[in-house]
Design a protein around this ligand. Structure first.
Ligand SMILES: [Zn+2]
Length: 355
């Protein structure tokens, strides 16, 4: 590494975009790592922007596993490739884990598997972690063939397949001071860019996919509509049949709304889900809600949400919602539009999400 790492947010953002554009990827691992790092940076935002943030490699591996979990659903009956040669150790790990649960063709979730098959889940996460260190984490900051500059974290120790060596390093990716905060601020801009790059990679690696074929964006990154049927029923049972936002009595199939927008966090745990009428749901769209809505969603109670989600083998993700909300509001600039109610949008000055 030459010289001190950059601290200018724009420079860090530009370097990440260079990673995105730097030659043809042979697999989608780097994209998965960056998307997971962006989410985790939001969730670990510190009160001091210059703090050095350590991201747990176990948690990073779990997030990457969860990203691929939804993507192993077949498209038009075929398995989609996530690498040029069709081989992917992470994909195979995720598939085996899913097979273990016997839910191959039914709805399942990594969290559900963690509860029913803890040992297999743990082994899969360990194996994903080893692969992440050896390949995408070590290679992410190499742009082109020769240039190698650590701008996010020190990767000099990462050429290893030894779990012991990883543990000796604290089992973390240590982001340089200020980088975590910068990534959290850049997340709303970089997230869609990395998702688009992923969609382009999948098209390139799977030439049989037609342009008029399935909606790849929805397949790879959309919320799982099939599962929402069970969620709708349990939300109705737990909290009644009224719109969370305007209290209107709901019709037969109310909308399941992501309180923190799916486009910002992709949290489909029950703690982030409410029933909403069609008018509120479409008016709110992808806008950030006023913090009071998130607080009310969490005030439904961690224990209650946990029990309800367990009863349908779903996840609650209560703490993740709380952490994401804190990070999102803390890093949103003044003037960010906040959805308060239908046709009521605040341009927040300083956004307060005390909890
Ligand atoms: Zn409503």
């Amino acid at each position: 590494m030459t010289g001190p790492p950059p601290t200018d947010p724009l420079e860090i953002g530009q370097k990440l975009v260079a990673v995105l554009e730097g030659g043809r990827r042979t697999s989608t691992y780097k994209l998965a790592v960056v998307l997971a790092l962006l989410d985790l940076s939001v969730e670990t935002v510190s009160s001091q922007p210059d703090d050095a943030v350590a991201i747990s490699l176990d948690v990073l591996a779990e997030r990457v596993l969860a990203i691929y979990w939804r993507q192993i659903r077949p498209v038009e009956g075929r398995r989609i490739r996530q690498s040029s040669d069709g081989r992917s150790s992470i994909l195979s790990l995720v598939e085996s884990l899913r097979d273990v649960t016997g839910v191959r063709d039914r709805v399942g979730s990594p969290e559900g598997t963690q509860a029913t098959n803890p040992l297999e889940y743990r082994e899969a996460v360990d194996a994903v972690r080893v692969t992440l260190v050896r390949y995408p984490l070590q290679l992410l900051q190499r742009i082109g063939t020769a240039k190698h500059e650590c701008f996010l974290y020190d990767d000099s120790w990462m050429n290893t397949t030894s779990s012991r060596k990883v543990r000796e390093r604290g089992n973390t990716v240590d982001l340089f001071p200020g980088v975590g905060h910068t990534l959290a601020r850049l997340a709303p801009i970089l997230r869609p860019a990395f998702q688009l790059a992923w969609i382009a990679d999948i098209r390139r690696m799977n030439m049989w996919l037609n342009d008029d074929g399935p909606d790849l964006a929805a397949h790879l990154f959309g919320s799982d509509r099939v599962s929402m049927t069970r969620v709708r029923a349990i939300l109705r049972e737990g909290f009644g049949s009224r719109c969370f936002y305007c209290d209107a009595r709901l019709t037969e199939t109310p909308h399941v709304d992501h309180v923190l927008p799916w486009s910002r966090t992709s949290i489909d745990g029950l703690a982030n889900l409410v029933l909403a009428c069609q008018r509120c749901n479409s008016d709110k769209s992808d806008l950030l809600p006023a913090p009071s809505h998130v607080k009310r969603a969490l005030e439904r109670g961690e224990k209650t949400l946990q029990e309800l989600s367990q009863s349908i083998n779903w996840s609650s993700q209560y703490q993740r919602v709380e952490a994401s909300a804190r990070g999102i509001y803390a890093t949103s600039p003044a003037g960010t539009p906040l959805w308060r109610a239908r046709k009521e949008i605040d341009l927040g000055s300083r956004i307060d999400f005390a909890w």
